[in-house]
Design a protein. Structure first.
Length: 338
């Protein structure tokens, strides 16, 4: 057995010892189940089920975890006193904490240190990155507006050492039991991967666009540093991206006009995750409205990603990524970086 294998086995054994230990004891939902949160959830999900509205409304079952979350400010009681575990009860007592769980002088309990200790061990072993992998929920009782929930969380399982495309580490599964009074309303299992990031290989080349008979003329123009737009010869409508026929009149005949290359940012997103091997996030991807009236998607260069704004003036630039690949991007003026 190699020395490295011995270290891994020792770490795995230490991690396995956390299985069955409580992570939260008698946690209390920050807010009662309530209609506004249900409405926001349904609007975000596009769920129009009538069961979630009206005087007899229930909460969508998939909201189970939402009622246990503490938000950005965490779980705090009316006294606004929080101990080092992040737990505050309604009495304000926070001074009785041991290594297996939190208990204040009233007998109430909350978040323990076990989960933090587990994550610290993984961090110290180089597993400093984390990604949520999946969750499983079981519903036993509908939640209704006005219900106040309590919950207990246990560290249910720690996997053996696993190697993934992201890196090598351990899957950690927690199980949270959500209750209303003495009734078990549901169970939520949440799994993360704590891992040491894999070493990055040499950056691969930028992916090339798919060129076919419908858009070949556009890419030939790009090679010549010309931005060509299709124009229907039947009705004169400009169109982009290139298509075999006109969306306005249905005519199949067309010619091209060369765009001036001037435009503005109509909309944009900033890509952070997931990272693609050939790209360096964060970067801005924008929908550019050209002076000619059509829109196209491309990158915005010349300014940091956080300086990109709707209405930002941009100008076409043809960027070569290798001997064969040339792509149209849009550069913002220097004044935009200020």
């Amino acid at each position: 057995m190699t020395r490295g294998t011995t270290v891994r086995d020792e770490l795995g054994t230490r991690l396995k010892a956390f299985e069955g230990r409580p992570a939260t004891v008698a946690g209390v939902g920050k807010d009662p189940v309530n209609a506004p949160m249900i409405r926001h959830w349904c609007e975000a999900m596009g769920d129009t089920n009538e069961a979630y509205t009206g005087p007899d409304a229930i909460a969508p079952p998939t909201m189970l975890q939402a009622w246990t979350m503490g938000g950005l400010s965490g779980h705090r009681g009316p006294t606004d006193q929080t101990d080092r575990t992040g737990y505050t009860d309604r009495t304000g007592y926070t001074d009785q904490t041991d290594r297996t769980g939190y208990t204040d002088r009233t007998g109430r309990s909350g978040r323990t240190e076990a989960y933090d200790d587990l994550l610290t061990l993984l961090d110290e072993a180089g597993c400093t990155s984390v990604v949520a992998t999946d969750c499983e929920q079981e519903y036993l009782r509908p939640l209704r507006p006005g219900d106040e929930i309590t919950f207990d969380t246990v560290i249910e399982a720690v996997s053996e050492r696993k190697t993934t495309k992201l890196g090598t580490g351990y899957f950690v599964t927690t199980r949270t039991d959500v209750r209303v009074g003495a009734d078990l309303a549901g169970t939520h299992r949440f799994r993360i991967l704590k891992y040491a990031p894999a070493r990055r290989r040499e950056k691969p080349p930028r992916p090339s666009p798919v060129v076919n008979r419908d858009n070949a003329g556009f890419w030939e123009g790009v090679q010549e540093h010309r931005l060509l737009i299709q124009r229907c010869t039947g009705c004169g409508t400009l169109r982009f991206p290139w298509l075999p026929g006109c969306n306005t009149c249905g005519g199949p005949e067309w010619d091209t006009v060369e765009a001036s290359g001037e435009g503005t940012v109509y909309s944009y997103v900033v890509m952070h995750h997931p990272p693609f091997p050939a790209f360096d996030p964060p970067y801005a991807v924008a929908l550019i409205e050209l002076a000619e009236g059509v829109r196209m998607i491309s990158n915005v260069t010349g300014v940091p990603h956080d300086k990109v704004r709707i209405g930002l003036p941009v100008t076409i630039e043809f960027q070569a990524y290798d001997k064969e690949l040339v792509l149209p991007v849009f550069r913002a003026g220097r004044e935009a970086a200020v």
